[in-house]
Design a protein around this ligand. Structure first.
Ligand SMILES: NC(=O)c1ccc[n+]([C@@H]2O[C@H](COP(=O)([O-])OP(=O)(O)OC[C@H]3O[C@@H](n4cnc5c(N)ncnc54)[C@H](O)[C@@H]3O)[C@@H](O)[C@H]2O)c1
Length: 298
C-alpha cells in the first residue's frame, strides 16, 4: 500500500538510494534536508533539523502543489524515515557531531510522536559496536555483532547514535509508536563495487568495520520492510548484506585479524560479522544485491 513518508537526509549518499527505492514501491516521499536532491519524483523542503520549529512545520506541510487539489488534500503522515546526520567523526568538530545528531534526532522523533505519526525509522550505525572509531584497534567482546551486544563506543559519532537509540526508546515507551533504529553497515552504492578488488588485495583494510557492507538498494528494502512492520514498539535492527565484503572465509578473517575473539554461534562460511539475522527473521529481509553479482571472482 502506498504510504505518505517524510524522509530526512534524502539528499545524502544512503538517503538518495533509499528514497528512490521507496518511490519505486509507489510511496510518496518528501525530502527534508539542508541540501536539494536531484530527483524529479521527489521534492526537497530545505529544513534544518536542529531547529524544532522547522521540523514540526515540515512534517505538517504539503508534499507538493498537487496537494492543493481538494481531492488530493494532505493526508496524515504514515511514516518518518530519519537519515539526516553528520555521518562520521572528522567532518565537523566532535561536539558538533554530537549536538547536530542528538538534537536533530530528538527534534525529529518528538515532532513525529507529538503530531501522531505512528512509525519512525531512525538511522543508527554499526559504529555503536565500538570498533570503527576506537582510538586503538580493539577487539569486540564476541562475534557476530548482534543487536543485544553490550555496546560501548568511545567516539562522539557512535555515542550520538547510542543516545539517539535511547531517545527512540523513550518516545516509543511514552507514546506507543513504533520506532525502529537501523544499525547500518558500510553503505555501498552501485558504482562502488569497483573498489572491492582493491579491498580483497588488502584484507586488513576493512578490519575496523568488520568487513560489513549494505548495498544501498538492499538498505532501501530493509527500510520499506520496517515501514510495513507494525506493532513492535522500539526495536533495533542491523542492516548488512548476508556475507562480508571480503573474499576470505569469515573464520579466516577472525583468525588473522581478531585472533582469540569468541564466536558465540555457528556461522556460515562467508557470513557477515555484522549479523542481519534479526532483519531476515523479523522483517523478512532477503538481499538482492550480493557483491558476488557485481565483482569478478578470482
Ligand atoms: N554511509 C554509511 O556507510 C553509513 C553507515 C552507518 C550509518 N549511516 C547513517 O546513515 C545516515 C545517512 O548517511 P549518509 O552516508 O547518507 O550521510 P550523508 O552525509 O551523505 O547524508 C546526510 C544528509 O543529511 C543532511 N543533513 C545534515 N545535517 C542536517 C541538518 N541539520 N538538517 C537537515 N539535513 C541535514 C545532509 O545535507 C545530507 O544530505 C546517517 O544518519 C548516517 O549516520 C551511514
Amino acid at each position: 500500500m502506498s504510504k505518505r513518508i517524510m524522509f530526512t537526509g534524502g539528499s545524502g549518499k544512503a538517503g538518495k538510494h533509499v528514497v528512490q527505492y521507496l518511490v519505486d514501491q509507489g510511496h510518496q516521499v518528501l525530502n527534508i534536508d539542508t541540501k536539494p536532491l536531484d530527483n524529479p519524483k521527489v521534492r526537497t523542503l530545505i529544513t534544518d533539523i536542529t531547529d524544532s520549529g522547522q521540523v514540526f512545520n515540515a512534517f505538517s506541510s504539503y508534499m507538493g502543489l498537487h496537494e492543493f487539489d481538494p481531492s488530493l488534500r494532505a493526508q496524515p503522515v504514515d511514516a518518518v524515515v530519519h537519515f539526516a546526520a553528520i555521518p562520521r567523526i572528522m567532518i565537523t568538530p566532535d561536539n558538533e557531531v554530537f549536538r547536530i545528531n542528538t538534537m536533530g534526532t530528538y527534534n525529529v522523533i518528538e515532532a513525529a510522536v507529538k503530531l501522531g505519526i505512528k512509525k519512525v525509522i531512525v538511522a543508527s550505525s554499526e559504529t555503536t559496536y565500538g570498533l570503527v572509531f576506537a582510538n586503538e584497534p580493539r577487539n569486540p567482546v564476541h562475534f557476530p555483532l548482534e543487536e543485544d551486544y553490550p555496546v560501548d563506543p568511545m567516539d562522539s559519532y557512535a555515542l550520538s547514535k547510542i543516545c539517539n537509540e535511547k531517545t527512540a526508546q523513550a518516545f516509543a515507551l511514552r507514546s506507543g509508536a513504533d520506532i525502529y533504529a537501523i544499525r547500518i553497515g558500510n553503505v555501498i552504492e552501485p558504482h562502488e563495487y569497483e573498489l572491492f578488488p582493491k579491498w580483497f588485495a588488502d584484507p586488513g583494510f576493512r578490519k575496523r568495520i568488520a568487513w560489513s557492507y549494505i548495498d544501498a538498494r538492499d538498505l532501501g528494502q530493509i527500510v520499506d520492510l520496517a515501514i510495513h512492520k507494525d506493532g513492535l514498539g522500539f526495536e533495533i535492527f542491523n542492516a548488512a548484506n548476508d556475507e562480508t565484503s571480503s573474499d576470505l572465509p569469515t573464520q579466516e578473517l577472525i583468525d588473522r585479524f581478531y585472533p582469540g575473539v569468541k564466536v558465540t554461534r555457528p556461522m556460515g562460511e562467508y557470513e557477515s560479522l555484522l549479523s542481519n539475522r534479526k532483519a531476515r527473521e523479523v522483517l523478512g529481509f532477503r538481499e538482492q544485491h550480493s557483491w558476488r553479482k557485481y565483482v569478478g571472482q578470482k
